[in-house]
Every structure is written in structure tokens, then in C-alpha cells.
Design a protein around this ligand. Structure first.
Ligand SMILES: [Zn+2]
Length: 302
């Protein structure tokens, strides 16, 4: 009886702990939903965190971005295991933001982690921050320019046109599948649209991103022989979607440029554009608004 009693207690404890773990899991990471893009290529909508991509190659899996936290990183690995028994060998980071990097903590050691050199620097700089990125999963294949790679038998062109969302951006182009993973250069939901209307883009000035570089980057992405663009946040985009976004951004930049050239202050420009008051709930140091970034770029050059 005694033995049975402690077994029952033990079972209850285990159930309690796993129920708690499930709850904690649900709280810090909404469910991931995985959607196919093409044969062997998937994207995952990680709820609040950045999107991830999976490319199943001959001998293993390439992951594009690791999502926001260990719990979502574990979900990514679990979803991949449902699709293939092949191991994850490679992670490509599109940039250094925590919502694309911190899930790496759940990934096994010994992977090839590809990133731009400025992305690695930004990740290292988080070491003593409130939400550090995993310092034992630092990028170990560093790019400073575009490179054409073959990984697990898959042709992968890793691109860097210019500083855009950050100075350490990479985009991942699969020429055979005509698919591009854009990272947050394109983000149609979430914090990519804070304060500035949904229509534009998020430039991380604090990570040396550039609106001018964004235009150059999106022109580069449009010049690719690609049909499908997987954004950093939100749903799949077509080439026409990117063209429309580029046109909106260029028109807005031109409005700001003209007013800056007339000597208008940032406040006057924002007033004229109907952008008054702070963005609710967001720290402008972390999420600079588009008009401020563009105005600063134009006035610095004068
Ligand atoms: Zn993001």
C-alpha cells in the first residue's frame, strides 16, 4: 500500500509538473503552424515570433531563423521531426533580432550557423542584456557578402545587398525553387509595422539599418528569378506584393525628402503626414518609426 501510495503521489507530481510545463510552454510560445511552400520547403508561422523556414535536403535539414525562445525552438525541431527523420545540420540567420535567434538555445550543439558578420556582432552584444541571445550558439560560418552555397545537396544563394532592416541582414534564395526567405526586410505583421503604417517597413537604426539600403535590397530581391517571398513576419508574398511595397516606401521617402529639403523639422514632417503621438506600447529605441529613420538619413546627408 505504502509503495502504491508513493507511486500515486509520484504520478500526480509528474502529471502536475508536465501540466505546468505545457502551460509555461504555451505562455512563452504560441503554437507554431507549418505550411508547405514547395517540394521539401516549408515555412513556419511562429505566432508572435519571427517566421522560420525548413529546407529538407539530401542528408539533412537547413533551417532559416530559429524563432523567439527555447520553447518555440523546441517546437520547430518537433515539427521538423514530423516531416523527416533527417537531422538539422545548418541554421541560416537572416538577422540578429531575438525573435529570430533565441530559439537556437533549443538546437543541438555542433550545427553550422551561417550569419553576416554584423549579425554575429549584434548577437555577441546581447551577452549582458536583459534577454541575451545564446552565446554558446554563435554563428560559426560568417559572411560579409553574397555567397552561393550547396548545402545538403540544395543550392542556396545567401544574399546581402546592403544594410536594410539591420546592417547584418541576409536573405536566402533557393534558385531551383524560386523562393526567397527575406527576414524582416519584409514583414507584413507584428512589430515590422510599429508606428509607421503597415504599408512601409521597419528599419532598426540602432543596428545600423538603412532605409536607402532597404530600397536597394528590395530592388535586388525583385530582380531575382523568384515567385514566392517568405517574409520575417506574416504571410507569403508575391513579387507584385514586393513591388507595391517598394513603390509605397519610395513615395513616402520622397515626401519626407522634400519636406526635409524645405527645412521642416521632424515634428512638422510627422504632423504633415498625420503621424502624431508616440506609438503605444513600444520603445522607440527598439522600434524606431520609419519617418524618423528616413528624415534622419536625409538630414544627415545635407
Ligand atoms: Zn522579427
Amino acid at each position: 500500500m505504502k509503495c502504491h501510495g508513493s507511486l500515486t503521489l509520484g504520478f500526480a507530481l509528474i502529471m502536475g509538473v508536465s501540466a505546468f510545463a505545457a502551460l509555461a510552454n504555451a505562455q512563452d510560445s504560441p503554437a507554431i503552424s507549418v505550411k508547405p511552400v514547395s517540394e521539401g520547403v516549408y515555412w513556419a508561422d511562429a505566432g508572435g515570433g519571427g517566421n522560420a523556414g525548413f529546407i529538407i535536403g539530401k542528408d539533412g535539414v537547413i533551417v532559416v531563423d530559429a524563432t523567439i525562445a527555447p520553447a518555440s525552438g523546441r517546437q520547430v525541431l518537433a515539427e521538423i521531426a514530423k516531416l523527416t527523420p533527417k537531422p538539422v545540420t545548418t541554421v541560416i540567420l537572416t538577422h540578429s533580432d531575438v525573435d529570430h535567434v533565441n530559439g537556437l538555445a533549443a538546437f543541438p550543439p555542433g550545427l553550422t550557423i551561417i550569419a553576416h558578420e554584423n549579425c554575429k556582432k549584434d548577437i555577441e552584444a546581447t551577452a549582458n542584456s536583459r534577454n541575451p541571445s545564446p552565446q554558446d550558439r554563435l554563428p560559426n560560418k560568417i559572411l560579409t557578402a553574397s555567397e552561393s552555397l550547396t548545402i545538403n545537396g540544395v543550392r542556396v544563394n545567401v544574399l546581402h545587398f546592403a544594410p536594410a532592416h539591420t546592417s547584418g541582414d541576409l536573405q536566402v534564395y533557393l534558385p531551383a525553387q524560386k523562393i526567397v526567405f527575406t527576414g524582416d526586410v519584409i514583414a507584413t505583421s507584428c512589430c515590422g509595422n510599429v508606428r509607421s503604417p503597415q504599408a512601409y517597413t521597419m528599419i532598426k537604426a540602432q543596428k545600423n539599418g538603412s532605409a536607402e539600403g532597404w530600397v536597394q535590397t528590395v530592388k535586388g530581391l525583385l530582380a531575382l528569378n523568384a515567385d514566392t517571398y517568405v517574409p520575417g513576419h506574416g504571410d507569403l508574398q508575391t513579387k507584385a506584393d514586393l513591388q507595391q511595397r517598394l513603390a509605397r516606401v519610395e513615395a513616402r521617402r520622397e515626401q519626407v525628402r522634400k519636406m526635409a529639403a524645405q527645412g521642416k523639422s521632424l515634428e512638422q514632417v510627422k504632423q504633415a503626414l498625420g503621424e502624431t503621438g508616440p506609438a503605444p506600447g513600444y520603445d522607440p529605441a527598439q522600434f524606431p518609426d520609419f519617418t524618423t529613420v528616413v528624415y534622419t538619413e536625409f538630414t544627415k546627408k545635407r
